[in-house]
Write a new protein. Structure first.
Length: 267
């Protein structure tokens, strides 16, 4: 008996992946059509698909941390970081557009903006960077606001990690206690092997998102200079301020406080 997909038709590659529907989703706005607009749409739709997979992995990771399943949580974090390495390099494909080619259709995008990427904001919220102002900026979009509000109210990856450390007798509730607990892990990696690997994957997640932000800024300035964003932001000026965001500032600060005495000290 052949496997069927929706009715009696046999399953095929195109049916399973809905390729006919997928390739109809790229609808340009420019008239006459700008050659580069299709690339712009495909790059951003691809980002949204990757964001969907990252959120899938983050949700799984948060659940596995709650269950104390460190190996599975770390496995999902590796998947997240692997995808983010692609995102960091993928942004440069947009630089293959000529600046004048981008300007052929850019005005058609007003007032839409990358700031409105719901799934990227979900990624931020789920990782630990929750911003009520950003949440409220989606108030008029019922679907997006509902998704973001659920993420805003739910435990984040950072919450799950620090809770996991507390259950393992390492972390306290305060920022300073979390920094000190991280110093212990960094000083005794073999003693805290899976937790050490986890904090390393988390700081890499942070680092890769920062790298993506930086590459995005460079791409925007290369294509547009210091023009204002289509959504009304300061463009490169606004984007530069986002480089300061970190999901796990405690992990970064712990590196400052780590000393050889910590390695030699006995617990």
């Amino acid at each position: 008996m052949s496997t069927s997909y929706g009715g009696d038709a046999p399953l095929s590659y195109n049916k399973y992946l809905k390729v006919p529907e997928l390739i109809r989703l790229q609808q340009t706005l420019s008239e006459p059509e700008s050659h580069d607009e299709l690339l712009f749409i495909i790059i951003h739709q691809t980002y949204e698909l990757w964001f969907k997979q990252i959120l899938h992995e983050l949700d799984a990771c948060i659940g596995w941390m709650g269950e104390g399943r460190l190996f599975r949580a770390n496995h999902s974090l590796r998947s997240v970081n692997s995808i983010e390495r692609i995102l960091v390099t993928q942004i440069h494909i947009l630089e293959s557009m000529a600046p004048i080619g981008f300007l052929e259709f850019r005005d058609k995008l007003n007032p839409a903006s990358g700031f409105q990427s719901m799934q990227f904001r979900e990624l931020e919220f789920s990782s630990g960077a929750k911003d009520e102002k950003i949440l409220e900026s989606f108030r008029e979009d019922e679907f997006a606001y509902g998704c973001l509000k659920a993420r805003f109210d739910a435990p984040s990856l950072a919450d799950a990690f620090w809770s996991l450390l507390e259950r393992n007798g390492l972390s306290g509730a305060s920022y300073e206690e979390r920094v000190n607990s991280t110093v212990k892990m960094l000083a005794k990696p073999e003693r805290y092997a899976e937790l050490y690997n986890m904090q390393d994957l988390l700081i890499e997640h942070d680092e890769l998102v920062i790298a993506w932000r930086y590459n995005h800024i460079q791409m925007v300035e290369r294509m547009l200079g210091m023009k204002r964003g289509t959504g009304g932001s300061d463009g490169v000026g606004y984007l530069t301020t986002t480089l300061k965001k970190k999901f796990f500032p405690e992990l970064w600060e712990a590196r400052t406080h780590l000393k050889m005495e910590d390695v030699l000290a006995s617990d």
